[in-house]
Design a protein around this ligand. Structure first.
Ligand SMILES: [Zn+2]
Length: 154
């Protein structure tokens, strides 16, 4: 398949989504790889420019630094897209970004370290696998207290 066919598919997808493709990168990329089996589904980060590469997570960074990388408001943009057999990027939800010429960096666990495992039930912050589901001792204590009080209500 070639560019015009990909572009036609993307146009139709955006139209079907009534132009709202934000937050649909996973869905769109997965669907597109089904429509074009030669495409590969990829996930990672999109960066506005080369300098932003320094903000990428690393295996050796502290937990605190890693949390800020994935912060919903100020962190990097996590994204999904497709890759052609030639290694070209085909991004079905690129229209959500105002900036062009974005840099796509595929996630690699050995380079970027662990991905967030979920959210802390006490404060809602991102938590990583090594945290066992909760931020720290403080959140753990507060959450245990909350559960105890909730339990007492019944
Ligand atoms: Zn917490």
């Amino acid at each position: 398949m070639s560019k015009p066919e990909y572009n036609a598919w993307i146009e139709a997808y955006v139209e079907r989504s009534l132009g709202h493709v934000r937050g649909r990168c996973n869905n769109a990329s997965a669907e597109m790889t089904k429509a074009f089996p030669e495409l590969r589904y990829a996930t990672g980060f999109v960066l506005p420019d080369e300098q932003s590469r320094s903000e990428l997570p690393t295996v050796s960074m502290s937990l605190e630094a890693r949390c800020s990388v994935y912060d919903r408001d100020v962190g990097l943009t996590q994204h999904a897209w497709c890759v052609t057999p030639e290694g070209e990027i085909v991004d079905p939800t690129v229209s959500q970004f105002r900036k062009r010429d974005l840099i796509y960096v595929e996630y690699n666990a050995e380079v970027h370290g662990p991905l967030p495992a979920g959210k802390c039930p006490n404060c809602g912050n991102i938590v990583f696998p090594e945290q066992n589901g909760i931020c720290n001792e403080v959140c753990h204590r507060q959450f245990a207290e909350y559960l105890r009080k909730e339990g007492a209500r019944f």
